[in-house]
Design a protein around this ligand. Structure first.
Ligand SMILES: *Cc1c(COP(=O)(O)O)cnc(C)c1O
Length: 455
């Protein structure tokens, strides 16, 4: 068996899988049957046994990414927290895996908190976000003892103060700052620009005002500042800019009101390779860039690593490349001179990113993973929309009805954004490791579609 990422003397029939190594799960390889396997499990057999559509994740890959963040931070900024951004993909098994790897959990809603709690995750190691957390969500979060609430607006400062006071508690908070940095990414996932619904602006004086209110609120403990500039970011200098802006604010806050934050949270957003040839940042490069920038800026204020606890909140860069989706090819339409549609048994209900962000994916046929990908096709879903496309103009092995089609890099923002459109039951999620298959989310049945329908 040939590993994807080495074996320079690969036989010609292995080449097409080899060139996908930068996008595929780290244990992906071609087996002796000519099939693609992940975690030692043959994906063609897996599709046969578990049905399709099916979300598949490489457990070793998940752990490796979390460990990379942890070890790079330990080397560069030991006074730090890696809070996995659960909206990229969450279930109880994922929460437990994050805990096993020493991570915190970043959550964005009462629902995500409920899953974390059901998994037995230590609430004191969670960071709660959201630009309009409801009273109920805040009460649940404070009641559960979440580690930090990242406050997004003035109304929330008041609500948290009130709820914490009623319960006789002190709630630790960070303030979400809008640094005015425009990250180079899709406009829907830029979050740090001035024209953003998230956080407190700096130039309008809101950040300073929020700090003052927080400091005067007896039941709030202001731990520090947060910013999250966007998602799927390739240009690391955007983070350096954000750090610079934050430290300019910190310098001003110290001068004007004598406040120094003890925590700095830089959010997530590190981009990943969806297509062969995309040069995504390495986790090591990201950590070195941000810790270097913070060290330089902190030094100008006479601060060191022990003064500032660094939080980061990676989501996509931990789960995206660990995941693939399996479909069965059901129909093929060759439209002469136009395109070839390959229709699969899923689509926008299990992967909305193509419709939502014009996302692009690499695909292959698991049954003939070693053969050249010389057919240019559009992978279409089964939903009642022309826009229901999974991958436009993708090169795959010449497809046949009944093949197992694999879409790579679907571990982030696929299952977590899945819907029941056309009353499609959501696929199961299976984790693969050491030749073993573990179902972590079961496939929905028609009964699940009716479970809330009280008629
Ligand atoms: C979405 C989000 C993240 C994670 O972003 P990725 O691009 O998945 O790394 C981190 N922090 C906050 C506040 C977010 O909203």
């Amino acid at each position: 068996m040939a590993h994807l990422d080495h074996d320079p003397d690969a036989r010609p029939d292995q080449r097409s899988l080899v060139d996908l190594a930068s996008v595929a799960p780290m244990t992906a390889q071609l087996n002796t049957a000519g099939h693609m396997e992940v975690g030692g499990v043959d994906l063609v057999e897996l599709a046969y046994q578990h049905g399709t559509a099916l979300y598949v994740m490489d457990e070793a890959h998940l752990r490796h990414c979390l460990q990379s963040y942890r070890s790079e931070l330990t080397a560069n900024w030991p006074n730090s927290v890696v809070a996995y951004a659960s909206k990229a993909f969450i279930c109880k098994a994922m929460c437990k895996l994050v805990a096993e790897e020493g991570g915190w959990l970043e959550i964005n809603s009462g629902g995500e908190l409920a899953i974390a709690l059901a998994a037995g995750f230590d609430a004191s190691q969670t960071v709660m976000h959201g630009n309009n957390k409801t009273e109920r969500e805040l009460a649940e979060a404070i009641g559960a003892g979440v580690g930090r609430i990242v406050v997004d607006c003035f109304e929330e400062l008041e609500r948290i103060q009130q709820i914490a006071a009623e319960r006789g508690l002190i709630q630790k908070i960070q303030l979400r700052i809008k640094p005015g940095v425009v990250a180079e990414t899709h406009s829907h996932i830029i979050t740090g620009a001035e024209d953003s619904k998230f956080g407190f602006g700096i130039n309008d004086g809101w950040a300073e005002q929020a700090v003052q209110i927080a400091l005067q609120s007896p039941n709030l403990e202001l731990c520090g500042l947060h910013c999250h500039i966007g998602s799927q970011i390739f240009a690391l200098d955007c983070y350096e800019q954000a750090v610079e802006v934050l430290f300019r604010l910190i310098g001003n806050l110290r001068k004007k009101i004598g406040y120094l934050p003890s925590e700095l949270n830089l959010g997530g957003g590190v981009g990943i390779a969806y297509l062969v040839g995309q040069q995504a940042p390495e986790i090591a490069g990201f950590v070195k860039t941000v810790t270097g920038a913070i060290a330089r800026q902190a030094a100008r204020l006479g601060l060191t690593q022990t003064d500032i606890r660094l939080f980061i909140e990676p989501g996509r860069s931990i789960v995206a490349n660990a995941g693939v989706t399996l479909y069965t090819v059901g129909a093929i339409k060759e439209l002469t001179g136009i395109r070839t549609f390959v229709a699969v048994d899923g689509g926008m209900s299990d992967n909305i990113r193509t419709c939502l962000y014009d996302a692009r994916y690499e695909c292959l046929i698991a049954d003939r993973a070693g053969e050249p990908r010389d057919a240019l096709v559009t992978v279409a879903g089964k939903h009642c929309e022309s826009g229901d496309v999974v991958a436009i103009d993708s090169s795959i092995q010449s497809p046949e009805v009944g093949d197992t089609l694999v879409v790579l890099a679907t571990g982030a923002y696929n299952q977590s954004m899945a819907s029941n459109y056309n009353k499609q039951p959501r696929p199961a999620v299976v984790w693969l490791v050491d030749g073993k298959v573990r179902e972590v989310i079961r496939r929905e049945e028609y009964a699940d579609l009716l479970s809330c329908d009280v008629g």
